[in-house]
Design a protein around this ligand. Structure first.
Ligand code: PGA
Length: 244
């Protein structure tokens, strides 16, 4: 169960979140819990989760180790904060910051190189779904992106399926649409990496996940977890998603 705070919460706000959140998930052993705050709050988050099962992740990662890349944050820098995960290829990165399938692959490789677990995001836009292009768009994102990993690398990533039309819009994909699309993604994985990789890769659903729709989404065997934006900012709300 992963939280994407996007551009929200200072270090002080992060500390306050965990004061409320930690006791609520102390006994939640059924899943892995990961919170992805902004870079500037990573250290505060890592400190706040000490001694708990909660993991911390970045929201992006540079493809290079260091150098002339103004505004970027590298794998070793993220690792030095104590974070163990990173999102890659979030649709907001793709939409507003020129992220491409090719850079998603490079960033994913960098995450693996520096020992971070990448959660790689894919998803179609509204016009893709309406024109019946969902499968083709996901196939392109997969083929030009994470299909470039080797089998060993692929075994270490998680995928987040986030239809762009469902992100921050209040329009959740129905559990059936989400599960159906996860099946499509798994078929693509099977074609490239084989049945075992397809069966074991974790695919999270993201897009307007809330406390009151998590149970129905998680009831689909195809959905292995959720990636939550807006509803993860409230400690009580996100804890109730974790404990669906
Ligand atoms: P949302 O965002 O839950 O606010 O729709 C999800 C995401 O973008 O990861």
């Amino acid at each position: 169960m992963a939280a994407n705070w996007k551009m929200c919460k200072t270090p002080a706000e992060t500390t306050r979140f965990f004061e409320k959140f930690r006791p609520l998930v102390e006994k939640s052993e059924h899943c892995e819990i990961v919170i992805c705050p902004p870079f500037t709050s990573l250290a505060a988050a890592v400190e706040a989760v000490q001694g708990s099962r909660v993991g911390v992740g970045a929201q992006n990662i540079a493809w290079a180790k260091e150098g002339a890349f103004t505004g970027e944050i590298s794998g070793p820098m993220i690792q030095a904060t104590g974070a163990a995960y990173t999102l890659v290829g979030h649709s907001e990165r793709r939409q507003y910051f020129g992220e491409t399938d090719e850079t998603v692959l490079k960033r994913t490789q960098a995450a693996l190189q520096f020992g971070l677990t990448p959660i790689v995001c894919v998803g179609e836009r509204l016009e893709d779904r309406e024109s019946g292009a969902t499968e083709a768009v996901l196939a392109r994102q997969f083929q030009n992106g994470i299909a470039g990993l080797n089998e060993l690398q692929f075994g270490k990533i998680a995928i987040a399926y986030e239809p762009v039309w469902a992100i921050g819009t209040g329009k959740t994909a129905t559990p059936e649409i989400a599960a159906d699309t996860h099946r499509t993604l798994r078929a693509q994985v099977r074609g490239k990496f084989g049945k075992q990789a397809a069966d074991s890769v974790r695919i999270l659903y993201g897009g307007s996940v809330k406390p009151d729709n998590t149970k129905a989404l998680m009831a689909q065997t195809e959905i292995d977890g959720v990636l939550v934006g807006g509803a993860s900012l409230d400690p009580v709300g996100f804890a109730s998603i974790v404990n669906f």
